[in-house]
Write a protein that binds this ligand. Structure first.
Ligand SMILES: *Cc1c(COP(=O)(O)O)cnc(C)c1O
Length: 395
């Protein structure tokens, strides 16, 4: 049995998204900027896709800018707000300790350019406390960027409250909603979000395409110079097949949020309960305020990497945290941010489900994990010390 349980890293494309992409490649191959009929058909398909994306997130189509993915949207949003802030003498930016690296590394770059970056704590439940933000905002705050849902531990942030606080202080609010779009109900206008990033491959669309929502009137600087595409804010001939496919995938996901969420929440909770029967294991992040498909646990006395290899040999495709940090020896910055000690953070496992997963697959994972963890613990010097009482259990 092969069980794909790494949907937070990327998802398989839905049949409808694949068909939309192929149909577009076959029939709508023109350049949307060309004035002839074939070009205008492409321009129409582009406009349709923009309208669909706008409807799914509750904004006007003029407020949707297509990008190459979540990372680009995050970069553009943050750099734009920073540039605007700098012009007004505002160089203070607030974010959180557990953002995606597309946000954190952009902020690090800005720090080198003289911006002051303040990262809020997310506490042991993996959730930002709005009052902390209220206290942190200053007269020179240019931007607040807080992710909608965390990509490692799945915790969902109090976005409406955060947006309201930003509005009260007149500060721009951006959210990285890459894990949330298509999985949670989002209405940017109702929620008071100024800028938001999404990526197609996290909701069964293609890789390498995403969108940035920027409220009308919000300043955007362009990262890529060239032609007048995307109102001059993102040059380059549009990746039309991917854009059309993303719109199809997002509509499909948004139309099925309630159904998928109900199914996934049941699978997730069964999986969590099954895994936590392993002694000295712990769930990371709030048990309820989390994405319907996210399971993230730590096991004491083992290395997440060896666990992943053993799971893979048993046909279970998972992750130790984020795909971006794999290959590095540092434990996850997210797990450290919620207070897990280094040695515990090293023994992490993320299983991220989607609506294509079945109960049989979940049962299969539950049947395999305790034995694999025990096998690895039997070989672990750290576990040996814990067993002999030479070291104290932390979890
Ligand atoms: C995947 C992800 C990104 C990066 O998106 P890409 O499309 O891969 O560039 C950014 N933020 C979060 C929260 C993500 O999960």
């Amino acid at each position: 049995m092969i069980v794909y349980a790494d949907n937070a890293a990327t998802t398989a494309m839905s049949p409808a998204a694949k068909k939309a992409m192929i149909d577009c490649m076959e029939m709508t191959y023109g350049n949307p900027s060309s004035l002839h009929t074939i070009g205008q058909q492409a321009a129409e398909a582009l406009a349709d896709a923009r309208r669909t994306v706008a409807q799914c997130i509750g904004c006007d189509e003029s407020e949707v800018y297509f990008t190459s993915g979540g990372s680009e949207a995050d970069n553009q949003a943050i750099v734009s707000a920073a540039m605007l802030g700098a012009r007004k003498g505002k160089k203070h930016i607030i974010s959180t300790k557990f953002e995606h690296h597309a946000v954190l590394h952009t902020l690090e770059k800005l720090k080198k350019q003289g911006f002051e970056i303040e990262l809020l704590d997310v506490y042991s439940d993996g959730i930002v406390v709005p009052e902390d933000l209220d206290k942190a905002i200053r007269d020179d705050t240019a931007l607040v960027t807080v992710m909608y849902a965390n990509n490692e531990i799945g915790t969902i942030q109090p976005i409406d409250e955060i947006a309201a606080i930003c509005k009260k202080h007149g500060v721009i609010f951006h959210t990285d909603a890459v894990q949330a779009a298509g999985h949670l109900h989002i209405d940017v206008k109702e929620q008071g979000i100024d800028m938001m990033s999404i990526a197609a491959h996290k909701f069964h669309g293609p890789k390498g395409v995403g969108a940035l929502y920027a409220r009308r009137g919000i300043f955007l600087s362009n990262i890529i110079e060239g032609g007048a595409q995307e109102k001059g804010k993102r040059a380059g001939t549009e990746n039309l097949p991917a854009i059309v496919s993303m719109a199809t995938a997002l509509k499909e996901a948004c139309d099925n949020i309630d159904k998928n969420s109900e199914k996934l929440t049941a699978l997730r909770d069964k999986l969590i309960a099954g895994i936590l029967t392993v002694p000295h294991s712990i769930l990371n992040g709030d048990a309820v305020k989390r994405l319907p498909g996210n399971v993230n646990v730590c096991f004491e006395g083992i290395e997440g990497e060896s666990l992943l290899l053993m799971l893979d040999m048993n046909g279970i495709e998972a992750s130790s945290g984020s795909a971006c940090t794999s290959g590095s020896l540092d434990p996850s910055h997210v797990l450290l941010a919620i207070g897990r000690p280094h040695e515990v953070a090293h023994g992490s496992l993320r299983l991220s489900l989607c609506e294509y997963n079945t109960e049989e697959e979940v049962d299969y994972i539950i049947s395999k994990i305790p034995g694999i963890v025990q096998y690895l613990r039997n070989m672990s010097p750290v576990w040996d010390e814990l067993e002999k009482g030479e070291r104290n259990h932390v979890i």
